[in-house]
Design a protein around this ligand. Structure first.
Ligand code: FAD
Length: 418
């Protein structure tokens, strides 16, 4: 059996491992258009400031499984579905019996007058981080457009190399998808304490240049933020071009069934490029989350090698983050819409915050800032739609222990032990 994987990120790498565990003899090939071995993408901001975590960029768990061929710097330009071959740049063809598309996502680039040109970066790949680092040396100031996970990490990295940094975020809070106002307020104070200027609920209307050089970001309220360069971090778009050309079913991402197979038998999709179902709400979701990509890759790989594993669904929100030394974890529904039967229990004590969201007898969301112990058990309870009525009080009080669940719930105990 010839297995071909396009993309050597979290999903592609996990898929190769899962295939190898089931099929020790088949030929497994991973193609990556990047020149680097698999790396932990969330840590690339550490390349900007030579910071902690840099040594973990090429993590042990991303080591290529044995007897897997990885071809770096190799771009797939098309898939010939009837011929069961991938076509590479330069027209080389590689035949497959099972194909995984794990091409990830690309940063979105909003239309802002003056943005196109030198001095405007996005941050997705090692080479992007290296480009930003090169611009930062010799620069005095930078503006980051977008106050989400990537924007805040980029801003902190730039601040650590001594730049004057501003974040401009359209919504009125930081990390708006994963945080609520209270969590945001804790991080606003922390980022401002680091010397980062925040412009929340504001938009960049133009990038001012002198010749080709970026000199400032102009805001919708007329404010002018001097900037030697710009980092744009306003979300990502799934990489679906190969699938589209091949006639594979698409919505926002590549459509997959419960086994992560696409509309074309033998072709699977996983990770940031794939569209699956949200584990809590059952809604279609294209996830931009590392752990989802790993579990999707593992499931797809197992099924490619003859397994019969149903994908449990992706968390729309599942994020572990540390900013300015403060850890935060958000899982499931953290900003529930009003009037749909959600109940919220939230407690803030100084710099720490716990919020639990319930619906019927289940926990459907959790947001922790400062103290994030035992977040794993909450994540499992949410994923398993467990009936937590009897434990709700203990959960709210932060006295949850693993013991009752091991006895009461028909769950895999390994999930709790992890
Ligand atoms: C700065 C930053 C911070 C982040 N922080 C977090 C975080 O805190 N928590 C979290 O959960 N997630 C975070 N993420 C998101 C996380 O990194 C992604 O969800 C994850 O990497 C998705 O894995 P993937 O395998 O689907 O795609 P990717 O990791 O993007 O891998 C896809 C690979 O496919 C390659 N490829 C694409 N097209 C082709 C082609 N035609 N031919 C060959 N190769 C191709 C790409 O170059 C890439 O190497 C962060 C991402 C960034 C950039």
């Amino acid at each position: 059996m010839r297995y071909l994987i396009v993309g050597n990120g979290a999903a592609g790498n996990a898929a190769a491992g899962a295939i190898r565990r089931r099929d020790t003899r088949g030929q497994v090939t991973i193609l990556s258009d990047e020149p680097y071995p698999a790396y932990y993408r969330p840590l690339i901001p550490s390349l900007i400031h030579d910071g902690a975590g840099r040594e973990a960029l090429f993590r042990d768990e991303l080591t290529t499984p044995p007897e897997v061929e990885v071809r770096l710097g190799t771009r797939v330009t098309a898939i010939d579905v009837p011929g069961k071959t991938a076509i590479l740049e330069g027209n080389e063809r590689i035949a497959y019996d099972r194909l995984l598309i794990a091409t990830g996502a690309s940063p979105a680039r909003p239309f802002i007058p003056g943005l196109e040109g030198d001095g405007a970066f996005t941050l997705r790949r090692i080479d992007d981080a290296k480009g930003i680092a090169a611009s930062a040396s010799g620069a005095k100031s930078a503006t980051v457009i977008g106050g989400g996970r990537i924007g805040t990490k980029a801003a902190l990295a730039l601040r650590h190399v001594g730049l004057s940094v501003a974040i401009v975020e359209l919504l009125p809070r930081l990390v708006p998808l994963q945080f609520d106002e209270t969590a945001s307020a804790i991080f606003e104070a922390a980022l401002q304490g680091e010397g980062i200027a925040l412009y929340l609920g504001r938009n960049v209307r133009e990038i001012a240049r002198e010749g080709t050089r970026v000199i400032a970001a102009l805001l919708d309220n007329g404010q002018r933020l001097p900037a030697d360069f710009i980092v744009v971090a306003v979300g990502v778009t799934p990489n679906v071009a190969l699938a589209r050309k091949a006639g594979i079913g698409l919505n926002r991402g590549i459509l997959t069934d419960s086994h992560l197979e696409t509309s074309i038998p033998g072709i699977y999709a996983a990770g940031d490029c794939a569209e699956t179902r949200e584990v809590v709400t059952g809604e279609p979701v294209v996830s931009g989350i590392w752990t989802n990509a790993v579990t999707m890759g593992g499931c797809a790989g197992e099924n490619m090698a003859g397994g019969d594993r149903t994908y449990v669904g992706a968390f729309g929100i599942l994020n572990a983050l540390e900013l300015a030394g403060i850890p935060a974890i958000s899982v499931g529904v953290v900003n529930p819409p009003p009037g749909q039967g959600y109940e919220v229990e939230a407690i803030r004590r100084g710099g720490s915050y716990r919020k639990l969201v319930f619906r019927d007898h289940s926990l459907v969301g959790a947001l922790f800032v400062g103290e994030v112990e035992r977040a794993g058990v909450y994540t499992t309870l949410i994923r398993e739609h467990a009936d937590v009525a009897a434990f709700r009080e203990a959960m709210v009080a932060g006295r949850l222990t693993y013991a009752p669940f091991l006895k009461e719930l028909p769950l895999t105990t390994t999930a709790y032990a992890s």
